[in-house]
Design a protein around this ligand. Structure first.
Ligand code: SF4
Length: 347
């Protein structure tokens, strides 16, 4: 799978099932791929899990990445199992014969390696990450991350290995921005961008949208992961949507335009917009749907929508392409009526 050099930016995520549970992991990889994940990473903490990768590899087409920490034998076993990339962390896989063994084995197989540092793994052990963040500026932390990556890179290049992806994730936006901007100036390897341990849903989406949005709009980033605590399907949906919103991927689903509501609103618009949004996440046909709070401004403000509703007192008027159809739908039937129209237009 090509990364960088103008190829589409690949959204990726990571399974949350135990990798040793082949059936559950295969099911989750398929679910993530169906939602738009181009690459899926799996945690490999034991030799039994590395062994399980063989069976998983046979069942799915999606490029698989083995996430390895501390133990070079796990990396060798994952390569043996047929993974497409191995992720190593310089903070826990130091220079030495073990690392060279992994680099050479990956080189022989044509398998890529991601060198992935995060801010926590490059700082001296002098208290919690929060304390370190208070003691050091984002620039200082970013420079340490870049230095760690560059030192590690030299080891790979000394073995003529260049099939490399880099990631330098901070757990806050300013550090992450500085680290990626610095490394992008200094080398030309494909970059996997992300904010590490970004938090629960709303917090993670906010940090990722600001951090990755800034980087991607500067042309930095060839593959991304939006890290969200919980179901990885959300990560893929948010990642895909970020690329669509930035105009870096074609619109591939239903976009909801809804007004913020004001004193003119006469129905529970927030609930309707939320329900339509939730019910349309799996539709992949491009469609713009407007949910507007009143007939005064609704149709005009949503002129570019394919389908919309402008709510009145206890009813909603359907409109297409900014023009009303004069069809008045009672409030309690609005959701069903809109969904029927959406399915008609996307099937
Ligand atoms: Fe207010 Fe109507 Fe505009 Fe919504 S569409 S913000 S209800 S004026």
């Amino acid at each position: 799978m090509p990364l960088g050099s103008g190829h589409p930016i690949a959204v990726q995520s990571m399974t949350t099932t135990p990798t040793g549970d082949v059936a559950a992991t295969v099911a989750q990889v398929r679910r993530l791929a169906k939602a738009g994940a181009a690459i899926v990473r799996l945690a490999v903490a034991t030799l039994a899990e590395a062994e399980a990768l063989k069976a998983i590899r046979r069942e799915v087409e999606t490029p698989l990445v083995a996430d390895i920490h501390f133990n070079a034998r796990l990396a060798l076993a994952a390569l043996e199992a047929g993974v497409d990339k191995v992720r190593l962390n310089p903070g826990n896989m130091p220079a030495g014969e073990d690392l060279y063994g992994v680099i050479d084995a990956a080189g022989e197989r044509g398998v890529a390696i991601r060198i992935g540092v995060n801010s926590g793994s490059v700082m001296p052990r002098e208290g919690s990450i929060a304390e370190q963040a208070r003691r050091h500026t984002p620039r200082e932390i970013a420079e340490r991350m870049v230095d760690a990556v560059q030192r590690y890179l030299e080891l790979f290049e000394s073995r003529a290995f260049r099939d490399i992806v880099l990631s330098l994730k901070g757990s806050d936006v300013p550090t992450t921005l500085q680290a990626y901007r610095l490394i992008a100036e200094r080398c030309d390897y494909p970059l996997h961008v992300g904010i590490t341990a970004a938090g629960p849903h709303q917090e993670a989406v906010l940090k990722s949208a600001l951090g990755l949005g800034a980087l991607l709009s500067e042309g930095i980033g060839d593959t991304l992961r939006v890290s969200i605590t919980g179901d990885p399907l959300r990560e893929v949906q948010v990642g895909r949507r970020m690329l669509e919103v930035l105009g870096l991927a074609p619109l591939g689903g239903v976009e909801i335009i809804s007004c913020p509501t004001c004193g003119r609103r006469e129905v529970n618009l927030a609930l309707l917009a939320e329900r339509v949004w939730e019910a349309t996440r799996t539709i992949r046909t491009p469609l713009r749907v407007a949910v507007m709070g009143c007939v005064v401004n609704g149709p005009g403000e949503a002129r570019e929508a394919d389908l919309g509703v402008a709510a009145g007192r206890g009813f909603g008027v359907l409109f297409r392409h900014g023009r009303t159809t004069n069809e008045k739908v009672p409030q309690d039937q609005l959701f069903e009526r809109m969904m029927a129209e959406i399915h008609r237009l996307t099937n």
